[in-house]
Ligand binder design. Sequence first.
Ligand SMILES: Nc1ncnc2c1ncn2[C@@H]1O[C@H](COP(=O)(O)OP(=O)(O)OP(=O)(O)O)[C@@H](O)[C@H]1O
Length: 705
Amino acid sequence: MTDQTTLDREIASEQRHLDRVYARLAELRRSAADAEREGYQLARVGNFGALVERDAMVFHAAQRRHVLDAEHEGLVFGRLDLRTGQVLHVGRLGVRGVDAETLVVDWRAPAAAAFYQATPAEPRGVVRRRTIQSASEKVTRIEDDLLDPEAAPPEMAVVGDGALLATLSRATGRGMRDIVATIQREQDEAIRSPGNGVTIVSGGPGTGKTAVALHRAAYLLYSDRARYAGGGILVVGPSGVFVEYIASVLPSLGEETATLRSLGSLFPGLSASRTDPPDVAAVKGSLRMRRVLERAVRDAVPDSPAELRLLYRGELLRLERPALDAIRDRTLARGARRNEVRRAAFDAVLAALYAQARTLRVGRLPEQPAFEDEIIERPEFREFLKAWWPRLHPRHVLDWLARPDRLRRYAGGILSSAEIRLLGQAYRTLATDGLTVADIALLDELDALLGKPVQRARPKRDPYQLAGGVRELSTYADRQRAARAAARERPADYRDYAHVVVDEAQDVSPMQWRMVGRRGRLASWTVVGDPAQTAWTGDPQELDRARDQALGRRKRHRYELTTNYRNSAEIFAVAAAEIRRLYPDLPLPDAVRSTGVLPVERVVPAAELPAATVEAAEALLGQVEGTVGVITPVPRRDEVAGWLGARGAGRLQVVTSLQAKGMEYDGVVLVAPSEIRADPGSGVRTLYVALSRATQRLTTLDPVG
Ligand SMILES: Nc1ncnc2c1ncn2[C@@H]1O[C@H](COP(=O)(O)OP(=O)(O)OP(=O)(O)O)[C@@H](O)[C@H]1O
């Protein structure tokens, strides 16, 4: 126990430092405004020297503005007292004083690494580590860890009982929080993993994989901004609900340039949130679908003209279906992409017509080029071409799979007849129900197979190039601005990301790995996931193959996280018992926080399930401060949402067991867990995910009868 006087004294001492930091920020704010004004005046002088000087001034002004614009709240959150007697304050950004002395070290700087990595067993020169909480420029709380008692001077105070537990007990908000003040050592090692190659982070539920992935993105942007902000960082998550949940973490760390996408929204202009049942998802996600789609893109367009008939100088020129099919097959030989070879197909038709005209000895037949010019002008010929070889959007070809005869032709000998039946049933309602998440990867594949219509190439714009063509500016501030502009200006189907982060990687199907891989051919990668949570029921080896292909031969750096920070120990015990049914020996993380509150497991008559769900949700809304998630089997979501109506005023969310991936709530009502478990392929693993979403309270409601 720390006595109040010591605590007050220590808080007052930190407050003095905080006051200095914020006073310095206010000063910087004033001088930034002045410098910018002067900078622009210099620019009016217009000679080269003045421009260089302006460059320097605007650089400083913008750099300061960057500091000032970034998260003001909780700016300083840590302090290290080193063996050498030196004191370092760690914060969201680096701040220097008037004499260039360090007031705050950026959390991503090498000097700050000890804040996260020092332990009593390996103190790394740190005697005391202090975590500082503040609100509106006032220190509210401090928590110390004494790491090297022998080196501590007698007057050194140690207060609080650990920042981590204090943080973990806070209520969950709608969005995920950054964990910058309490990153743990094993997490920090993964965050600071080398920028090259592939960093693979695995660990059980709640071990901070998502948090690590996002802080790593912020770390990379800090360590090599030109590369990562310029090329871009893509963060891929499983669902729209999840992407919304994590969207605020990077901005809270002062980083706005990363692109966040769900697997259902990676294809430009389309978006899907509906999920397929696991057996259908296994077919749509299999690499064999590539071969099915290859056949589809070579097929004739439905209802395309059966023949071409043209009256030319009194003779009927005629190409019948077999001739047209032969031209199509020839044009599409050797991997030619349909939308890119339209011109070649048209030329082949014209050549065939000319050959026929010669055979028929058409009178006064001109040379071939003149003949072709004449035919091309004919409206009926143009109509024919449009109908026979239209420019195809991937969606057109996907729709062809909804025709049973076509599906059988494309998939015969590649998929089993049971799989073809499944796919046929799934696509029967494509027109009315719309796309599913798994379809998006198929559309991306079709896009690659069809190719883009040939267009005149436009030269790429260099984001650092000024309007006048001079590559003049290369300061930090300009690069920062240029990177933001580049992020805004990236085309919708941008693919040259410098880094790709894949979260919940265990649920990325082989076909989805191909889609994600296309966006990171030049990238380094961070891949985080937990195989025990996968909903994938297809061939596991195929999955490994597809992932390895997407990640290429880049060097792998592997990290394992072992502590569950989300669930209370009582809740995780229930989830752990579930996964043990399937994997009795699976190493599971330790849940560090015990609340003494046991999960409630209720069995209710089916007819009472709606009332019981409403009652349980209302009870949890009263018991926890933060969010409540109601997790349902996939087919029940809308029904359950109907029972709950508008309850919860923004604190309550109804999600399916698949949408619950990666999510976190203070309280969870899990509806009909046995129905989730009943899926023979991935039921237990999906239920394990659902059971491990709650931080404080869990109620399961199983209907009977
Ligand atoms: N070092 C930490 N300090 C404070 N909170 C932490 C820390 N590490 C993780 N957390 C919190 O624990 C919770 C779980 O983290 P996260 O969602 O990143 O885990 P995960 O491994 O991705 O989980 P899952 O696999 O179950 O989706 C989050 O609320 C996160 O903020």
